[in-house]
Design a protein around this ligand. Structure first.
Ligand code: R5P
Length: 301
């Protein structure tokens, strides 16, 4: 098994290679003078099981193109089988046609991937559990729940688990059950045009005096974190800590959050942090992914 990566998250890809005991394949990536991407796989991949790791965060379209070019290059170089690992699936937030005239972007990306010679796709904590249905190649969905639960157990006593919205309730319930903790959820709405988040009420266990562990799939602009943390603190929470698999922190999200009502944030390394900051901790998903890859590789022997 050999691991290749685009430029989106090489540290994670290298960690996965190390943890899986797999070969690391060098890839040269640059641009032609006209702005188009060019790349070349320098490693020998003929008759090898190739794993391509690419996280689809900003610049999203470039990272998608890099991924497609890498798949094609590996295929043309005679790879035996190609497994794609997409830790963060770009465009997955547009998983519905929210307003007339919009595309179903998540399916467009799934179609792009499915039209390649890819044997399977590994994905991590999807925004919507129906997204695998958009792919016509096999998918395997990994979850950071166990990693996060272990982190909570090490750091908090008697917490309550909070879902930041109705959509995340199923995941939060599973998480609360793992921790044997009470559950609450936030009734929030988002303006589909401006993106502004409004918290209407908090339903379930009383957060007063408790460590509130909010679990979510993604932090993007940070608006959800700000609104939810403010409400929980207003209701007397002892501390509010956000666990989100994908820490995108777009635009000035980190600056905004640093000055905001949140006590701490824990994310995975599905996308690299835009900058280091003491109030965000990262939990690595490399072992989680490499475990699955090793299992796959061994079961083929
Ligand atoms: C919403 O459905 C998601 O689970 C996240 O809560 C949301 O995407 C976070 O976005 P932002 O950080 O921009 O509020």
């Amino acid at each position: 098994m050999i691991i290749l990566s685009g430029q989106s998250n090489r540290p994670l890809a290298q960690e996965i290679a190390q943890s899986a005991g797999a070969e690391w394949g060098e890839v040269e990536i640059g641009k032609f003078k006209n702005g188009e991407k060019q790349l070349r796989i320098l490693a020998e991949v003929t008759n090898q099981d190739v794993v391509i790791v690419q996280s689809l965060y900003q610049p999203v379209d470039e990272h998608i193109m890099e991924m497609l070019l890498l798949i094609d290059a590996a295929d043309r170089a005679g790879a035996e089988e190609i497994t794609l690992v997409i830790p963060w699936l770009g465009y997955s937030l547009q998983d519905k046609v929210f307003l007339p005239g919009q595309p179903l972007s998540a399916r467009v990306v799934a179609n792009l991937v499915s039209s390649q010679r890819v044997a399977r796709v590994f994905l991590l904590d999807l925004h919507n559990p129906s997204i695998p249905g958009f792919f016509s190649v096999p998918t395997r969905i990994l979850s950071s729940n166990k990693l996060f639960a272990a982190h909570v157990r090490q750091n908090f006593v008697d917490p309550i688990v909070v879902s930041p919205d109705f959509g995340g309730l199923k995941r939060a319930r599973t998480f609360a059950e793992m921790l044997d903790a009470p559950l609450s959820y936030v009734d929030k709405t988002r303006d589909l045009i401006t993106g502004e988040v409004t918290v209407n009420s908090i339903v379930g266990s009383n957060p007063e005096g408790r460590s509130c562990i909010v679990v979510d799939d993604i932090i993007s602009t940070g608006s959800t974190v700000m609104e939810v943390a403010e409400q929980l603190h207003r209701l007397g929470a002892k501390e509010v800590v956000f666990y989100a698999t994908h820490g995108l922190f777009v635009q000035d999200a980190l600056d905004k959050l640093e000055d905001g009502p949140i006590d701490h944030i824990v994310v995975t390394n599905s996308v690299p942090l835009t900058r280091e900051t003491s109030f965000v901790s990262q939990v690595s998903v490399a072992d989680l992914i490499s475990h699955e890859l090793r299992h796959l590789h061994q079961s083929k022997k």
